[in-house]
Design a binder for this molecule. Sequence first.
Ligand code: ATP
Length: 348
Amino acid sequence: MTMSGVDVTELSVGFDGVTALESVSLSVRAGEFFTLVGPSGCGKTTTLRAIAGLADSTGGAVTVDGQDVTDAPPEARDVGIVFQNYALFPHMSVRENVAYGLRFHELDGRDDDERVAELLDLVDLAGVADRDPEQLSGGQQQRIALARALAPEPDVLLLDEPLSALDATLRKRLRVQIKTIQRELDITTIYVTHDQAEALALSDRVAVMHDGRVEQVATPEVVYRDPASRFVAEFVGDNNLFDGAVTDDGAGVAVDGATLPLPEGADQRPGESLTLAVRPEAIAVGDDASDAPGTTLAATVETVEFLGDAYRVHCRWQGRRIECKTTAADPPDGEVALGFDAADVHVL
Ligand code: ATP
């Protein structure tokens, strides 16, 4: 398999005068697992379809391995695509479905049966080759769809919400399998999901999309720890956001009568309006100010959710909601002190 990167440059797509994508630029590296993530309608699927040649662009360019394919038909692009709903042929066996992926493809020296067997092995379904798709579970059908997309040895694999029709346990299991196969083949992969946890778990890099534009492209760690915008901070990982103005001494931010700390090195002008983001897991919940670190806020617990390895605690402070996560042995209750360090405050 040749190594291919994908470049999308200032791509715009409109449907009946409605802008679906507005000047989207992305550079996906060869061998990379790259994810487009964002809420419904933000343009993820349209971006993927434009890369596959299934959506007409109104401007911009798509290149695969340095070749401009903007106007090339889908079959000339050397990309494999897997959709959310499997799209297997019900009247064909599993083996025939996978072989269908080879219809336009000459294998150098190997025969189709060998290739199909190889692919069924790869997705761990060698035993079901003669069954019909409807005799398989959703997860198995999606693995067959993956094998079919990979059959012609595409340079690039495109996956459009491939797990969203599956239940939560299966989603987690299959996502590990997809990642393992991607690594094994070292194939450039562009994955679409609205699930931020899935995007963070799978990807080498993530593009967070919003309203037909790209808000941030970075590694999962950077997107999580250093969101580039308010939208990214809210979409990825449940940040608590505090709007306020920098105090006269420049050392903190006045929010609802309290002074919240600025991280070291923050260089903000007194009076400047800004937003602070603090992650739920960075906020400690104590009985009172003496057992919570750093800056403390006196809050009231409203709801507690048990997550298995932690509690998610929904509190109210000065009329606003603050969400925390604690690994304490028992759920907190009533009046509490919420504490966090300046180092855990992120300035947006
Ligand atoms: P979802 O997760 O819901 O699939 P998405 O992020 O993939 O959302 P797209 O499907 O790319 O979003 O849609 C982007 C925008 O383009 C939306 O406003 C959508 O309504 C619009 N759109 C997409 N396809 C068409 C179409 N065939 N005709 C008209 N409008 C469309």
